[in-house]
Design a protein around this ligand. Structure first.
Ligand code: UD1
Length: 408
């Protein structure tokens, strides 16, 4: 199966398109709720956005608004990505302060501190953060932590600042490299993306572009783990396997056969697994966005594995749901002890967030009997046609009902 374009890249490319009045075309775009919400954010700001086959055509023109409202930001925190581009282009931006979510409190202090270092004035009132500054100046910014969102927002703000900017301790995720490539194709000068030091030339006069987003490594990793938990045999394409270096290494340690090729990987599970320990870390560490899914696989491997969550403070909320399906997972602070204790059993369970929802689907595929998963709107945020793709691979899964709420 072929993975879709990366949610975590496309959302930022959409925000970056606001840096120019010209038309930008982004292809390899997944049809997921988060992209639809970002389309609404861009439209609210005044941009024309159209879906055409698998690509988005964005014509920002002269934006009429500088404000990303709460009713959209509360549905998708990544809306904060418009802060940097709006500030860079108009000297003013207002974004509703994103609240906490089911995986942690998720502050934006590093985004704001970096913008202040670029010369912006930040005020925060009535639930909105406002950044002002028509004369941003290049700066040397050192992040406390390699935050993905802060690195991206600062790259997008710095391209139009007066002078060059260096971001040290920058996030190194493949999506950062994709954003740098997108900005480069708009006329920006960015080097070092993918390393801990990103250098951005200021004063860029950016023009429209056409760019295909990178493949979704988290979707690829989720499908790879689905193959492992069902002892399946799956060919995954549309993804650079080096974007999944450590997860594939962990799958091999567990006993899954993994063959990497130019455009993807071949995954073969056999059910004869052993437990491993792992810790989530910023890229190239083990991605926190695959932590819930790998817990399901570890639950099928005899022995005890320790999973340490270092990126988000409360990303274990789904564990109670997995335990209802027969997993044996104990939480101690930011560590989870996962005991591989025999077969899982299908149950009615509830998705608490996007990746937890995916993990519960994988548990349902591995379990004996039927699993009914509620609140699947979380999954629709980030996986395109998840159940169709899985049933195409042989899974017995279907969307059961249309709910009155956000589910569909
Ligand atoms: C992005 C991804 C998300 C992924 C995460 C880590 C998108 C849309 N989302 O989220 O799927 O799980 O990277 O790989 O791309 N932090 C602060 N202050 C800040 C910024 C972050 O304390 O100003 C903290 C966060 O609370 C979190 C950690 O830093 O604990 C990492 O956050 P960050 O890398 O910024 O993640 P996001 O960009 O929000």
């Amino acid at each position: 199966m072929r993975v879709s374009g990366a949610k975590n890249s496309v959302l930022k490319l959409m925000a970056a398109s606001l840096l120019t009045p010209d038309e930008c075309i982004i292809s390899n775009v997944p049809n997921i709720t988060d992209v639809q919400i970002m389309m609404q954010v861009l439209r609210t700001l005044g941009a024309e956005v159209e879906w055409e086959a698998d690509h988005l055509r964005i014509r920002p023109g002269d934006l009429k608004s500088r404000k990303a409202p709460y009713h959209l930001v509360r549905r998708m925190r990544a809306s904060i990505a418009v802060l940097g581009p709006l500030l860079a282009r108009y000297g003013e931006a207002m974004v509703a302060i994103p609240g906490g979510c089911n995986i942690g409190s998720r502050k934006i202090d590093m985004h704001l501190k970096g913008l202040v270092e670029l010369g912006a004035e930040i005020t925060s009132e009535h639930g909105y953060v406002t950044a002002r500054g028509s004369n941003l100046k290049g700066a040397h910014i050192i992040l406390d932590f390699p935050s993905v969102g802060a690195t991206e927002n600062l790259m997008m703000a710095a391209v139009k600042a007066d002078g060059n900017t260096t971001i040290e301790n920058a996030a190194r995720e493949p999506e950062i490299q994709d954003l740098a490539a997108f900005l480069g194709s708009m006329g920006a000068g960015i080097s070092g993306a993918g390393s801990p030091i990103v250098e951005i030339e200021g004063n860029a006069d950016l023009h429209g572009t056409s760019h295909a987003s990178v493949g979704d490594r988290i979707e690829a990793g989720t499908i790879a783990i689905a193959a492992a938990v069902t002892s399946g045999d799956v060919e995954i394409t549309g993804i650079n396997p080096s974007h999944l270096g450590l997860p594939l290494e962990k799958l091999r340690e567990i006993g899954v056969e993994v063959e990497e090729n130019r455009d993807g990987m071949h995954i073969k599970g056999n059910g004869d697994y052993r437990s491993v320990d792992l810790a989530t870390l910023p890229f190239p560490g083990f991605p926190t966005d695959l932590q819930p899914q790998i817990m399901v696989l570890l639950s099928l491997a005899p022995g005890a594995g320790i999973v340490t969550e270092n990126v988000f403070e409360s990303r274990f909320m789904f564990v109670d749901e997995l335990n209802r399906m027969g997993c044996d997972i104990t939480i101690e602070g930011h560590h989870a002890v996962v005991k591989g204790d025999g077969p899982l059993s299908g149950a009615e369970v509830c998705a608490t967030d996007l990746r937890a929802g995916a993990a519960l689907v994988l548990a349902g595929l591995a379990a004996q009997g039927q699993t009914d998963l509620l609140d699947i709107h979380h999954i629709d945020r980030g996986y395109e046609k998840f159940e169709e793709k899985l049933s195409g691979l042989g899974a017995d899964i279907r969307r059961a009902a249309v709910d009155e709420g956000e589910e569909f």
